[in-house]
Design a protein around this ligand. Structure first.
Ligand SMILES: [Zn+2]
Length: 270
């Protein structure tokens, strides 16, 4: 049995609104209100190595888009006792700018994403305004280069990264959005939903997020996540929800005092 530890690092924040975040929010007949959105990347550690799930946005892209930010993986990992060179694989859950921004910090890691996601973002459709708004072309170019260098693993359906770390393609939010299921040392499972689930309310109140590629696919992804959440000792981790920091315990080893406020231990659900 794999013994993985799983951390969420909150590296950014913005105040948005319900109307901006939920698809056709007026359908629900509720007043609009402010909504906090957090930005995370995730770290999976086992005996054998470190797997990074997404890389956050690049600081300059965050500035341009007026998001607050508190550090990149290369800055945050050393505070957790991890050298960036220890990262053997970087999982790219989807091609959006706030997930692909710091891939360049890991020039030796194997990159893993779905074939459908790679094919979409390297196609001419990705340049259309509704899609282009969510990606940074030079970051997609870097993926293209990684592929030419033999450093990009593409898969369809399911892929095992290492013992106890399984990726599943779900689509919906983007053409090849993936989720990661991680077996933990207590026999439980942590499901890193990334942007298949920005906010828990999407699944818990069946309310789709505003940015999407395929609405039936997004609903089916919510069904997949709900089925996973119904399994014993299985915990969903939403990709942008501040509730992650209340539903799980904070991670505060003595060595990471500086980063403790923004790191959550996903193996300790509360
Ligand atoms: Zn996204």
């Amino acid at each position: 049995m794999a013994k993985n530890s799983v951390l969420a690092i909150r590296y950014g924040h913005r105040v948005t609104s319900y109307a901006e975040s939920y698809l056709n929010y007026r359908l629900y007949g509720e007043p609009d209100a402010d909504l906090d959105i957090d930005y995370y990347f995730w770290v999976i550690r086992d005996g054998g190595g470190v797997v990074l799930v997404d890389t956050g946005f690049a600081p300059e892209a965050g500035d341009r888009r007026r998001r607050a930010h508190y550090g990149t993986p290369a800055q945050a990992l050393p505070e957790l006792g991890i050298a960036p060179d220890d990262v053997s694989a970087v999982v790219i859950t989807h091609g959006h700018w706030d997930h692909t921004g710091n891939v360049r910090q890991f020039p030796r890691a194997q990159l893993i994403m779905t074939e459908a996601e790679y094919a979409f973002w390297t196609s001419s459709l990705a340049a259309r305004a509704q899609f282009a708004a969510h990606c940074e072309p030079e970051e997609i170019e870097l993926l293209r280069q990684a592929r030419a260098d033999g450093r990009l693993t593409l898969f369809a359906g399911q892929h095992t990264v290492a013992a106890g770390i399984e990726l599943t393609e779900v689509g919906g939010h983007t053409p090849g959005q993936l989720i990661a299921s991680v077996a933990t040392r207590d026999g439980g499972t942590v499901v890193l939903a990334s942007d298949a689930l920005h906010f828990y309310e999407e699944v818990e109140r069946d309310r789709p997020f505003a940015v999407l590629a395929d609405l039936p696919g997004m609903y089916r992804a919510y069904d997949t996540l709900a089925q996973l959440a119904a399994q014993p000792r299985t915990h969903l981790v939403a990709g942008h929800d501040p509730l992650v920091r209340t539903r799980f315990a904070s991670y505060a080893p003595a060595t990471a005092a500086g980063a403790a406020a923004s790191v959550t231990d996903l193996t300790r659900a509360r």
